[in-house]
Design a protein around this ligand. Structure first.
Ligand code: TXA
Ligand code: MG
Length: 327
């Protein structure tokens, strides 16, 4: 059966209240949402996504005042970041309140919360009047959706409704900062640049730099293999000499002389604009994946601003070791 796709926010909100599964647009990527206070509805997210139960979900709020229902404390740096960047692509990890189902947080004592800025997401949350647990609306480990069509292709009638909010403007997932411990820690680079966060609250350590802690335990979604295309993807640094046979496609920030030798080329932003590149990234990966290629070659982008998030997604999409680069 085809998916129910449309722009009826009232319908989407009442489905959420009744325990339904609603995919909806946010400014980052599409989310697959359920009422965060309803464990049975949340369980369906894990089933449909084929997501392991130990990978916690982000809870979406329609207003920063809702925080008092979902977390037990908001430390001063969290307050500063909320004032500066909500609504927007920033998730904060804070101590969890009892009302949030344990399933949402995979048993962790903390919960990831964010207030999206996409107008239809905000309107949906406000009409539903419940916090909504929502991972990206893709099968576990695969490329995140940035259009209603991407969601419909993957889930069809498995979801009760897809609220179409057009293409996602940011295009990569939210930046996640853990503020539940002694020092602010970046768990995932994303749509809000690290530089902007540090300008507000000072230095933020990265999860990998915490000694003695297993990265997967801090943020399970940071598994090395994630955001994967079906076609093998390898990262090349600098100028690659393409000597291997087969159909090879290229994912690049800007087109360079000689790129015509690839069977398919996706240019993320010919003017080298990293925001534009982030907005195009996942759709470009999907288009290359649909071309029946033997290999996708990806060039990293400058490691600053949104470039951190783009490179993070490319590195996680890449097949490692068993597929050496073609140069
Ligand atoms: O932009 C986004 O964040 C999108 C949209 C839909 O809001 N959501 C998203 O959700 O990317 P998901 O489930 O694909 O990724 C959420 C990440 C996972 O890596 C998860 O492990 C981490 O957030 N996470 C959630 N709660 C956490 C917690 N309490 N502690 C540490 N990591 C957490
Ligand atoms: Mg995801």
């Amino acid at each position: 059966m085809p998916a129910a796709v449309g722009t009826d926010i009232n319908r989407a909100a009442s489905l959420l209240v009744q325990g339904g599964l609603v995919a909806f647009a946010t400014e980052t990527v599409y989310g697959l949402g359920a009422n965060a206070f309803d464990p049975r509805a949340v369980a369906r997210i894990f089933e449909v996504k084929e997501r392991p139960r130990f990978d916690p979900l982000i809870v979406h709020l329609g207003d920063a005042h809702w925080l008092s229902d979902v977390v037990t404390s908001v430390p001063p740096p969290a307050r500063q970041l909320i004032d500066a960047f909500w609504p927007g692509p920033l998730t904060l990890v804070l101590p969890k309140a009892d009302r949030i189902a344990d399933l949402v947080t995979a048993g962790l004592p903390t919960v990831g919360v964010r207030m999206p800025s996409h107008p239809s997401a905000l309107e949906l949350l406000r009409r539903a009047q419940v916090p909504v647990a929502a991972p990206s609306a893709n099968l576990f480990g695969q490329v995140s959706p940035t259009s209603a069509e991407h969601v419909a292709q993957q889930f069809g009638s498995q979801v009760d409704y897809i609220l179409d909010g057009g293409p996602c403007a940011v295009g990569v997932e939210s930046t996640i900062v853990d503020l539940s411990g002694e020092r602010p820690t970046l768990l995932r680079p994303g749509g809000l640049p690290l530089e902007a966060l540090e300008a507000q609250i000072g230095p933020i350590q990265t999860a990998g730099s915490k000694s003695g802690e297993n990265e997967a335990q801090i943020s399970p979604g940071r598994f090395l293999r994630h955001y994967a295309t079906r076609t093998p993807l390898v990262i090349v640094d600098g100028l690659e000499s393409l000597s291997r046979s087969g159909r090879v496609g290229l994912l690049t920030l800007v087109a360079l002389p000689g790129d015509e030798r690839y069977v398919a080329v996706e240019v993320l932003s010919q003017r080298g604009d990293l925001s534009e590149a982030a907005a195009n990234l996942f759709a470009a990966m999907r288009r290359l994946d649909a071309r029946g290629l033997d290999l996708i070659v990806a060039r990293l982008v400058p490691e600053a601003g949104l470039g951190r998030a783009i490179n993070d997604r490319l590195r996680r999409a890449a097949r490692r070791l068993e597929h050496p680069p073609p140069c």
